[in-house]
Design a protein around this ligand. Sequence first.
Ligand code: NAD
Length: 330
Amino acid sequence: MNSKKINIGVIGVGHLGQYHVKHYAQMKNINFLGLHDSDPNRGLEIAKQYGVKFHKKASSLMKACDGVSIVTPTIVHYEVAKRALKEFNCNVFIEKPITKTVDQANDLIKIAKNNNLIIQVGHIERLNPALKAFQQYDLNPKFIEIQRLAPYTTRGTDVPVVLDLMIHDIDILLSLVKSEVESIHASGVSILTDSIDIAHARIRFSNGTVSSITSSRISKDKVRKIKIFQDNLYSTIDLLIGQTEIYNITQDSKKIKNALRTEPFSHDNKDKFITYEKPSVEDYDPLRMELDNFVNSILKIEKPIVSGYDARDALDVVIKINNMILEDIK
Ligand code: NAD
């Protein structure tokens, strides 16, 4: 195992960046060199709060670091990440979405590859403990329904709901279905803002899996649910409360014995049962896990859980969905 301490910094310390600072400041296995923000008042405030250095220039931090978290508004992810990768040979953790366009994402991926550097992206829902609890089951989904509803806030409304919220679920979907996207149908409407506030997409994969995804930022209550249907299995994953429930149709006596509840399944008159299980959901902080994964990926102990390629693929699908909706409402 590599025992060298690497140097890490954070660029952009607004709402989310401050939590990157908080976690890095607690890590014993790195040298946390501090932060930069284009707003010096904000930068100094967060640096003071965590007792770390404020760098007036991004370049001084990038120059000294092996890796930086980029937690600036999406619109500047590309220019900041390109500088870190190209001018300073610095690995990057970029908050989601990776960039504004797929061309920009491809350019960053190419630069990173040529320089043997890591791009990791903050699709944090992939590390949601409730989703992780589901991953011990054999996956072969036939139908996946995902709902992400949120009450209105002004945060994130500079981009359509598809780029702000639905992108989380597209990333999860692409990680669950190992097949090419075959077709997309999408619709959406603006209600409160000038861009799309509610969107629905129906995505079909070439292996036949179908998914239905709804995202809203103008709902009364928060909902973040995934329902997965496959042969003899139905699962609901509640990403918000951290709960995974599994219904299986089985003849396996061990599964029947270990289930929380069982009911005879009489559909085809065989000795089958519907079992109900609630796998235990671990208690951990997904952001801390992501950042540990970034550090360990730089040290070559682990691989990024969400790579630049994954983030580019999710962006590609959401941009297609968004363009389809815009075309539809023209
Ligand atoms: P924010 O506006 O609260 O903070 C952004 C900060 O970046 C500000 O302090 C601003 O001064 C600074 N900044 C702007 N341009 C800069 C530049 N060129 N160089 C250095 N600093 C710069 O935004 P936020 O809500 O923290 O979001 C930041 C990023 O994180 C966005 O890409 C957003 O999509 C993403 N995000 C991800 C999640 C998630 O669930 N993974 C949640 C929220 C936000």
